[in-house]
Design a protein around this ligand. Structure first.
Ligand SMILES: [Cu+2]
Length: 457
């Protein structure tokens, strides 16, 4: 399906929303840039310390007689998931994920949801305490919202915490197409379990199955996704998280993929201070460097960014820090192909051998890929290829940053004498203690006698 066809259905739906009907609604603000937008200082209403949505933004609202009014437009969008790699998605207000909604505990909130998709939708407000008829499960709590129609959700934001929103109408397809967003309810005052922080980051985990050369996700995929993202962006397109040294930092992570993600931070220990159920009692917190975020969960972690440097921050499932890859590639480590590649290339000029020495070479390989294909490994650091692509970014801790400075400070200047270095002294091979000769299993020579194979048959 090309891009023109993809949009046809939506264009019809949009045209059927009359401008008169739209005039009474809050202006649906869209964001064109995929950059991380600076925190949105509350223009009115009660004060709070805003979050920073990684490669996203917070939507403005309209105050209407004490009610905060938001307008979400469900519509097709195009997301640049990685440099030069564009994916047809469905989202809200021009982007996937949709804009973050930030409110204060006790706020009365009214959300207009306009459907510019070619099919029904709804929005479920994941984790919120609200009247049953506002919970957004199509068919159960409300009629589905047909294309071209606008529905209104209205409730009070009762609990402070980290929440998310997503459709509950053709849910599998619509989430596989990128329909989701964050909802942050800030505490109305000092809260015994919610600390004040200097940096408050938020993002959602989402995954897509985009075949090499394609531009639209395969929406019927259940488990075998190949594009792993923070806020629908894959490394190296994910903005670094920037912190001033000794800032208290909170990171809120929600998982709307179909598998769990152990989220891992280098160089620091954090505590899980909240879930989608609310703040975690202090007696139930413990230090960690990895926390698993299961499907449909939110985790909120906090730490003091006291260690200067560029620290990796990523999902610990190693295939989730990779771009699109053929999963059927055989493991070739240890197979000697000398002489074979040249012969094959006479028949298949683009043939490349993969994995004979591991897959690290993929980071520099100039393999011809179909157009609009995200390479398996990419990104270059100060010391060479980073060999990542997917759920990976960095926490950059620096001295003396401005309180509102979220700009990428560039690569860390390592102090002299603090970088791993090549040994140039006498050869050390003979001094490394080992149990056996290289390539031999411990005890292999005696454990396996000739002729004993049959015992197992
Ligand atoms: Cu993962």
């Amino acid at each position: 399906m090309n891009r023109r066809n993809f949009f046809t259905g939506a264009a019809v739906a949009a045209a059927s929303v009359s401008s008169v009907a739209m005039a009474a609604l809050p202006e649906p603000v869209s964001q064109a840039s995929a950059d991380t937008a600076p925190p949105l200082a509350p223009p009115n209403g009660r004060p709070y310390h805003p979050v920073v949505t990684l490669n996203g933004w917070t939507t403005p609202w309209r105050m209407n007689q004490g009610v905060k009014e938001f307008h979400l437009v469900a519509e097709p969008v195009v997301r640049e998931v990685a440099p030069g790699f564009f994916v047809n998605m469905w989202g809200y207000n021009g982007q996937s994920p949709g804009p973050t909604i930030e409110v204060v505990e006790g706020d009365r909130v009214r959300i207009f949801v306009t459907n510019r998709l070619p099919e029904n939708t709804t929005i479920h407000w994941h984790g919120q305490r609200l009247p049953n008829g506002m919970d957004g499960v199509g068919g159960l709590n409300q009629p589905h919202i047909p294309p071209g129609k606008t529905y209104v959700y209205e409730f009070e934001a009762h609990r402070p915490g980290t929440f998310m929103y997503h459709p509950h109408s053709d849910e599998m397809v619509q989430m596989a197409m990128g329909m989701m967003g964050l909802w942050i309810t800030h505490p109305k005052g000092r809260h015994p379990l919610i600390a004040e922080v200097q940096r408050d980051y938020a993002f959602l985990l989402s995954a897509y199955d985009v075949e090499p050369g394609a531009m639209t996700p395969r929406v019927n995929e259940m488990t075998d996704f190949n594009i792993w993202t923070f806020n629908s962006r894959a490394f190296p397109a994910i903005t670094p998280l920037v912190a001033r040294q000794n800032d208290r930092v909170r990171i809120r992570v929600g998982n709307l993929t179909m598998t769990n993600h152990p989220i891992h931070l280098h160089g620091h220990e954090f505590e899980v201070t909240g879930t989608d159920g609310g703040p975690v009692p202090k007696s139930a917190r413990w230090p960690e460097v990895t926390t698993d975020v299961a499907v449909g969960q939110m985790r909120q972690v906090e730490f003091t960014a006291d260690a200067l440097g560029d620290w990796a921050f990523h999902c610990h499932k190693s295939h989730h820090t990779m771009g699109a890859m053929g999963h059927d590639v055989p493991t070739m480590i240890g197979v000697d192909h000398r002489g074979l590649v040249g012969k094959i290339q006479k028949i298949v000029p683009d043939y490349m051998l993969m994995g004979e020495r591991g897959m690290g070479d993929m980071g520099t390989m100039q393999m011809p890929l179909p157009d609009n294909t995200f390479p398996m490994m990419s990104g270059t650091g100060p010391f060479g290829p980073i060999e990542m692509g997917g759920m990976f970014t960095t926490l950059k801790v620096r001295q003396g940053l401005g309180a509102n400075d979220y700009a990428d400070p560039g690569w860390f200047a390592q102090p002299k004498g603090t970088v791993a270095y090549e040994w140039k002294g006498a050869p050390l091979a003979s001094t490394a203690p080992r149990q056996t000769a290289p390539g031999q299993a411990p005890g292999a020579a005696s454990a396996r006698k000739p002729g004993t194979d049959h015992e197992y048959h």
